[in-house]
Design a protein around this ligand. Structure first.
Ligand code: F6R
Length: 244
């Protein structure tokens, strides 16, 4: 795992955007695995800026998102489809029909999960996967557990995840308790993984990921077994991890 420590959130966002831009510039038809949450918002802003400056062309790019809440439609303002549309897709020249987010309203969740995996396979896998990290070490919504799923799966969100995400909802009770998430299989098969972390709230988990053992109880530690991972972390998030 290559670790890059930067000064702050803005720098993390810029470095991440540059990484992703170089993937797209080297392969205009790249398949990007994308994440939501607070962490990548700045990176998306940087990508939009590059697009407006004509340094980036999304016309041939395809995207597959990590996850979606169960029970929210794509036009619900807290759905991850809505997040992606408003934070990036509406502002660049990506074809909307080349953007994929699991359907949190699917009637048959099992079928939705296997179709999502089939789609990723048909696309030839993911060229670059963006990840944030949960305070509990989750990646996507693959929560700490004795076992991790290979394929896209329906998952119960842990209390700590619901609490962390309640900041976006009117109350904790409104946070969906389940989500569909890409599994470890598609994530670990991505050709490149870019994982981002910013702020003091992530310091403990970043220390455990960098210095701890590989365990399914901290899903992000699995990334040590991938040969092309870059962790972009700001000073606050890196402050418990020692000299890195
Ligand atoms: C989002 C996702 C999650 C988040 C994680 C961190 O698509 O898959 O794993 O990356 O929960 O969220 P933030 O960035 O809000 O701290």
């Amino acid at each position: 795992m290559k670790i890059v420590v930067v000064d702050n959130y803005d720098e993390m966002s810029k470095v991440a955007a540059e990484e992703l831009a170089s993937v797209i510039n080297n392969k205009p038809e790249a398949v990007l695995g994308l994440a939501t949450g607070g962490t990548p918002v700045g990176m998306y802003k940087e990508l939009i800026k590059m697009y407006n400056e004509k340094k980036l062309d999304f016309s041939k790019v395809t995207s597959v998102n990590l996850d979606e809440y169960v029970g929210l439609s794509g036009d619900h303002d807290q759905s991850y489809r809505y997040f992606m549309n408003t934070n990036i897709f509406n502002h660049v020249n990506i074809r909307k029909d080349h953007t994929f987010v699991p359907n949190g309203l699917a009637e048959d969740m099992k079928e939705e999960c296997s179709n999502y995996d089939k789609r990723i396979e048909e696309l030839g896998g993911i060229d670059a996967q963006i990840l944030g990290i949960g305070n509990n070490g989750h990646i996507g919504f693959n929560e700490p557990s004795d076992e991790l799923s290979l394929g896209t799966n329906l998952t119960d969100l842990q209390e700590s995840t619901i609490e962390a995400n309640a900041r976006y909802f009117a109350s904790k009770e409104e946070v969906p308790t389940q989500a569909l998430t890409m599994g470890l299989g598609a994530i670990m098969k991505a050709k490149k993984i870019i994982i981002l972390a910013s702020g003091e709230a992530k310091a403990e988990i970043i220390d455990k990921v960098i210095n701890g053992k590989i365990t399914t109880q901290i899903p992000a530690t699995m990334l040590h077994m991938h040969s092309n991972v870059i962790l972009i972390v700001d000073k606050e998030a890196a402050k418990l991890a020692g000299n890195i």
